[in-house]
Design a protein around this ligand. Structure first.
Ligand code: DP6
Length: 326
């Protein structure tokens, strides 16, 4: 194994789950309780460079130009320890990440961040991993990062151990004008991080039903994607997201990611749908809402969203690509 002296830079896009990952069967290995399906987005991404340097006595981590304080570095250091262990090295690294995603506001910067870090760190450490192996490695940083190794529509197989839990593309180059409109109702840091939130949700008496429902959603979602059926894709995704959020509301103690704007956005999308537009919403571990629709209805939908949320808070994303090296 040879460490590369040059910095290695990788770029990965974030993804939004259509059937969600929300619960761990194994916290150490980050094995999920169920399979999930996502769409990688073109608009939100992270670029990360890694350079191993024998002079360093610890990993040096810069996020968006600012050196991370020690407590914020824990997850990245642990991840780098894993990379070092795989590569059989002890050298520390300079790590520089830029997030083109509102960090921790429910647009999944940990997915793009750890996918890009997995790609850059593995290559810089001289590991020659294929995409399945990279997907497994990214999983150890953050579950949703497992899927960001690939573009388009992606399935994460829950598996039962490190080897069997990986993502696979369903359709990498999407030949369908599906769109996601992100309504960024809040760019603030979220109050309950996804790691903590999903753990707390596992106390819900409905948690096992959530897992059952998600598993039942996988095949119908794959069929709907294959058939390019926006109403099926949207309806399954919207229902799946609400089942996920039902586990937060029924957790002990209960909590929610919704704020007033979230509810307003969901209501507006439902009203537009009742008035004939084919649009559906999904939400993750933050207050932002993502609207699933087709390109030809983006403008009429935006016409209704702009007066309420403002143009600057609306971002239209297309299916994006998988991990690349710059
Ligand atoms: C709601 O991948 O952030 O976005 O594995 O603990 O890092 P960790 O969690 P994370 O959880 C993402 C949850 C979600 C749904 C999804 O992306 O499937």
């Amino acid at each position: 194994m040879t460490i590369t002296n040059e910095p290695i830079t990788a770029k990965a896009h974030t993804n939004i789950a259509l059937v969600k990952y929300w619960g761990k069967a194994d916290e150490q290995l980050i094995l999920p309780t169920n399979d999930s399906i996502s769409m990688t987005l073109d608009h939100f991404y992270s670029t990360t460079s890694v350079q191993f340097d024998p002079v360093l006595s610890t990993d040096e981590i810069i996020l968006d130009g600012i050196k991370l304080p020690a407590d914020g570095q824990q997850r990245i250091r642990q991840f780098m320890d894993l990379v070092r262990q795989l590569a059989g090295i002890t050298t520390f690294a300079h790590i520089e990440t830029s997030n083109h995603v509102p960090t921790t506001a429910g647009l999944a910067s940990s997915a793009s961040g750890f996918a890009a870090l997995a790609g850059a760190a593995a290559k810089a450490a001289g590991l020659n991993l294929n995409r399945r192996e990279l997907s497994r490695l990214a999983r150890r940083g953050s579950g949703s990062a497992t899927r960001s190794i690939y573009g388009g529509f992606v399935q994460w197989h829950a598996g039962h151990d490190d080897e069997t839990s990986f993502a696979e593309p369903l359709e990498e180059k999407v030949d369908w004008p599906i769109r996601m409109i992100a309504i960024v109702v809040s760019r603030d840091e979220k109050k309950v991080g996804s790691r903590h939130g999903m753990k707390q949700s596992q106390t819900s008496p409905f948690f096992k039903d959530w897992v059952k429902q998600s598993n039942a959603d996988i095949e119908p979602m794959k069929t709907a994607l294959l058939k390019k059926d926006i109403n099926r894709v949207g309806a399954i995704a919207e229902h799946n997201a609400m089942c996920m959020h039902a586990t937060t509301l029924s957790a002990m103690p209960p909590f929610t990611y919704f704020n007033g704007d979230t509810i307003e956005a969901m209501q507006l999308i439902t009203d537009l749908r009742n008035n004939g537009l084919n649009c559906y919403y999904t939400m993750d571990a933050g207050p932002n809402v993502k609207v699933i629709c087709l390109e030809n209805e983006v403008e009429p939908i935006l016409d209704h969203l702009r007066p309420v949320f403002g143009d600057a808070h609306l971002v239209v994303a297309k299916p994006g690509s998988g991990l690349t090296y710059l």
